[in-house]
Design a protein around this ligand. Structure first.
Ligand SMILES: Cc1cc2nc3c(=O)[nH]c(=O)nc-3n(C[C@H](O)[C@H](O)[C@H](O)COP(=O)(O)O)c2cc1C
Length: 217
């Protein structure tokens, strides 16, 4: 019997056709959102924002952003139960980290007197900030940890999903400018339940053997 973690990862797959009549329950969605909130990140920076498209109107707005590019992903947006825009803060600042530190105090991780000491970790953000104050490479790395976490959480709940880098970034950022509020969205996640004739569901899992990938020393 494989370990349950391995079973989750073997059974999850990229859904290519959703059953539009099946919706992810409110309760399951809350579990997913809580798993996103609990995602680990460098210095606990949490430089992300998740925009959940649940209304038909919001999904229609996203659907329209596929008019010029990535048509092959468009039907997923229409038929999936929900689409989540994964966004990161491209200018992570000391003020952003201050919120994290205040939460450390509120959660009893540090005493109020140790606030300044806690700011020492901000060095990691500074090291990853370019001359224009751009932190995108670093903050996007953190965001992808949340994406990986979501894929496994959904597998555990037997909810199907599709990670989507095939989105028209300028159009998405224009359409959802208000919700993104300066954050960048370069990846989305469709979730729902597979259609009975999703061709991808029947394919065997395929991965490199691991030879040369894992070195034990
Ligand atoms: C970051 C990321 C972006 C992806 N973008 C797309 C996409 O735009 N459209 C799509 O159909 N699949 C997309 N995929 C799915 C991958 O092709 C898929 O995960 C990979 O082939 C492994 O197959 P599996 O997920 O079925 O195990 C993406 C996956 C990841 C992790």
């Amino acid at each position: 019997m494989p370990h349950p973690v391995i079973t989750d990862l073997q059974q999850r797959y990229t859904c290519k056709k959703y059953d539009p009549s099946k919706k992810v329950s409110k309760e399951d969605l809350e579990v997913l959102l809580e798993s996103l909130r609990l995602t680990a990140s460098s210095i606990n920076s949490q430089p992300w924002r998740f925009i959940v498209l649940e209304s038909d109107e919001a999904k229609e707005r996203m659907y329209r952003t596929f008019e010029q590019k990535y048509h092959f992903n468009q039907a997923l947006i229409r038929d999936a139960s929900h689409v989540i825009l994964f966004a990161h803060n491209p200018h992570y600042s000391r003020e952003d980290y201050e919120r994290v530190i205040e939460q450390f105090v509120a959660d009893g991780r540090i005493s109020p007197e140790d606030r300044e000491k806690a700011f020492r970790s901000f060095m990691f953000a500074q090291m990853n900030t370019d001359d224009n104050g751009d932190t995108s490479i670093w903050t996007k790395n953190q965001l992808y940890i949340a994406l990986g976490n979501a894929l496994h959480t959904l597998a555990r709940m037997e909810i199907d999903s599709t990670a989507l880098e095939g989105i028209d970034v300028p159009l998405v950022e224009k359409e959802f400018a208000r919700e993104l509020n300066g954050y960048k969205c370069e990846v989305a996640l469709a979730i729902g339940y597979r259609h009975a004739d999703d061709p991808n569901a029947k394919l065997p899992k395929s991965r490199l053997s691991g030879e040369g990938m894992v070195l034990r020393v």
